[in-house]
Write a new protein. Sequence first.
Length: 469
Amino acid sequence: MSADRPRIRPGSFRQLGLRNAAIARALGVAAGTPPPHLFTTLGRHRRLFRAWLKFGGALMPFGKLPRADTELVILRVAHNAECEYEWRHHERLAQRTGLSAADVERVRASGDSGWSERQRLLLAAADEMHAQRVIGDELWERLAAEFTDVELIELCMLIGHYEMLAMAINSLGIVPDTPRRRRDHSADASLAGRRVLITGAARGIGAAVAKRLHERGARVALAGIEPDELAEVAAACGGAPTFPCDVRDREQVDAAVAGAVEAFGGLDVVVANAGVAAQLPVLGGDPEVFERTIEVNLLGVYYTLRAAAPHIAHPRGYALAISSLAAAVHPPLLGAYSASKAGVEALGDALRGELATSGAHVGVAYFAELDTDMTSRGFGTEAAAKLDAQRFRRVAPLSAGVDAIERGIARRSRRVFAPAWVGPVLPIRMVAQRVVDAVAARRLGEALEVARSEHAPLTTEQPERTPVR
């Protein structure tokens, strides 16, 4: 078998079909490669490919084990199985989960120095299953003292799955992917002088983005409903102009946009970020919470984009609508939030076409849970714990979202997402939804009972209701 010639060639668009080709392309974007050869090869078996993706997704990224643990195990399996494709693909992913380049290289070493006790156990499990096809009693006792029963089941399945995958890759002769050559964005990525309006800028990701853009030389204007917090952010941004703005009120939004345009002599970027979240069962939940969520998250974004669009309709213009992974995958108890963010995605996509002839670009941002007040207040509830939502709760640092938005604005990107695994989920949202449904079903009844009596508030208290004008 030639090292650079596959036994079965990657499929063409016709051989893959529209759905599998789109999945492969999206996964390549996330991995920083063209459509990965693994997916364009396995995708030729259309039905099996999608079933495998669903199973693999339940192990990674939607498994119980932390992603850093998962990637460590996969790398060890790839090394043991001498699967260069698997190694190269996951050495990039591993470093995104917190493993250093030195950690990745140390996986190839036989010793256990430099690893934590937990990491040593994971590596030993991968080694024993590779060598003996079973984990011995002595190691099992040590593993059982560190991991839960469910984590142990997942660990065994994870090792077995990637051993199987390595055998298939090596036997099919799948050739490693070549990372994309990164474009030089030095000419178009400068944020210096960009005139930017950010709604929901008093705290959370809005405040963090404002500070980051100010550091990069952008001129930022801040809109929000919390005057004290807004003033603090403005001070950190060199005395940036601020505008009191309840995004539910169209006239206040119009005034904020007009104020930013007057202050800067125009506008280059608008970030429609203001949003709220609340746990809310569709059946038995408070309809007023649903209505407020739609008003802030959907109508507020509409009012913002509507008012700013004429001012950014020029070749350097850009609008970024902050949606969510919840626009694509809809967990129980988040019906209001998911519906509002799906609407934001639709608005962004529609506006993109409407502004195309002006040269302006429109992006939609999709984030999983980031380390913000919204995450802790909105999703850290008793009902969510009953739902066993921790399987999907991989809270990423706020900086991951800020970095993604900075890149998105600099490049005027169509899609912005964080963490990196969110990108591949978007085109396979139907499969991902089935995984979420299956996991949530186990304790859903109990969670719903708790949610109906818990009355979780909105993550940001709203001012006295202002009639929509």
